[in-house]
Design a protein around this ligand. Structure first.
Ligand code: PLP
Length: 433
């Protein structure tokens, strides 16, 4: 399979090039030249196979030309080691729980698969691969845990000091080995700017292989199609659900659109956001107007210029109206989100995290008699323990996978919020494993 850039359709990058570069050299995002379509037989019999088996078929459709069967099987089997159960809340309303992985957020799927793929490419690369990630919380933990101990790679995570939750911070600052946590004395925007500068720095990129682990990277995006297939595998054959996706950078929703292009019968999508409503506004008005993000209780979705919007536009290039007829946008305030969390707890005894709650609200507004509605529950509520406990007035137990991080000791390097400081750290001999 070859990959083009959303800014240049004639580009033909290989899988390895696209994955190692992250962003295309012209600043565009990589897209596959064609979308493999799976057979109606396969789609009609998803229920009869395991999550791993279905995933192997989907992964082979994308990567089968470029990776050996054995290698791909190994990647799938070591990524999909936990379930993504579809939990019914009421008739025809389901939560797809994507938080049963090691860092308790859906980003585990993409980050784990990407780490195995990069680990594979590292075997034929003499130089160390440096994965650079700016995080406001969840990306850093999923990526660091995915890459922990993968030979030939090191992860450098930049995060704003004092601005991520305790449990999030512990998940990427206590690991050691090939994981380096840089505690930046600034904001998330500072971290993101420093990372961008690093990718644009010629001399630095000549000196080392630098790649991005944000959802601009194909190796993180495409594996997010896997759980959409698994969701359908848990409904009766012939179902045509609507899916509500709580969104920030829109990688998750883009993966759903891709799964549908591959033949998965999803009837409609809801793009649910917090007050950072750039995409819902676009769907309503046709104007894409990025702006500075506002802070909310669903902080992993506080994005003012969603990176995967370029891919969404690309998918509907021939007809923006098709995008509007397939995706409905909606936006919710923190107060509405809190009220939904309380209501669902009181009615169904189900504890949602603030991100999943935005997805729930999106689903609620679009109930369509006869069709199942799924909202994606993207994080375990214990990841946002204080917020959830304050709203529900109940204790939220912390799962074992998260508890063991809390007992460990944080190790970070403090940095001034400027690129020079990041540069010095990246080239420092003592940090090259
Ligand atoms: C990252 C994240 C999101 C947003 O996902 P996108 O793919 O960026 O739209 C939603 N919920 C949680 C818990 C996240 O960590």
């Amino acid at each position: 399979m070859r990959y083009y850039s959303t800014r240049n359709r004639s580009e033909r990058a290989t899988l390895k090039e696209a994955v190692l570069r992250g962003l295309a050299p012209d600043g565009g995002l990589y897209m596959p030249h064609s979308f493999p379509v799976l057979s109606p037989d396969f789609i009609g019999s998803l229920q009869s196979r395991s999550f791993q088996e279905n995933t192997l078929t989907v992964a082979t459709a994308f990567f089968g030309e470029d990776l050996d069967e054995q290698v791909l099987r190994q990647m799938v089997e070591s990524t999909i080691t936990f379930d993504a159960p579809l939990v019914p809340l009421s008739e025809n309303l389901y939560a797809l729980e994507l938080f049963h992985g090691p860092t308790a957020a859906f980003k585990d799927f993409g980050a784990r698969f990407m780490s195995r793929m990069l680990g594979h490419f590292a075997e034929s690369e003499s130089r160390l691969i440096t994965i650079l990630a700016a995080t406001s919380g969840d990306t850093g933990s999923a990526v660091a845990n995915g890459f922990l101990g993968v030979p030939g790679t090191r992860v450098v995570v930049l995060y704003p000091s004092g601005k991520v939750s305790d449990i999030q911070e512990k998940q990427f600052t206590t690991l050691g080995e090939n994981i380096i946590a840089l505690e930046v004395e600034g904001s998330f925007d500072d971290c993101q700017r420093m990372v961008k500068e690093a990718f644009q720095h010629r001399e630095l990129n000549g000196r080392m292989v630098l790649t991005s682990a944000n959802s601009i990277n194909l190796a993180r995006l495409l594996p997010q199609t896997f759980y959409y297939f698994h969701a359908l595998a848990q409904l009766p054959a012939g179902s045509r659900p609507m899916v509500s996706v709580p969104s920030g950078n829109f990688g998750n929703l883009t993966a759903g659109l891709i799964a549908r292009k591959m033949g998965l019968p999803i009837g409609h999508f809801v793009a649910a956001t917090n007050v950072n409503d750039i995409v819902p506004r676009y769907l309503q008005t046709g104007a894409y107007l990025p702006r500075a993000s506002a802070a909310t209780i669903s902080n992993a979705m506080d994005v003012g210029d969603p990176s995967n919007f370029a891919r969404m536009q690309d998918l509907f290039q021939s007809s923006p109206d098709d995008m509007k007829s397939l995706i409905t946008g909606c936006t919710f305030s923190d107060d509405e989100t809190k009220a939904a969390m309380l209501q669902v707890y009181q009615r169904h005894g189900y504890v949602m995290d603030p991100h999943g709650a935005v997805g729930y609200l999106g689903a609620l507004g679009h109930a369509n008699a006869g069709h199942p509605i799924i909202f994606l529950e993207t994080a375990h509520p214990a990841k946002f323990k204080e917020t959830v406990e304050q709203i529900l007035k109940v204790e939220v137990p912390v799962p074992n996978t998260l508890q063991h991080f809390l007992r460990r000791k944080k190790q970070t390097i403090r940095l001034k919020p400027d690129f020079g400081a990041l540069y010095e750290t990246l080239v420092s001999e003592s940090l090259a494993h």
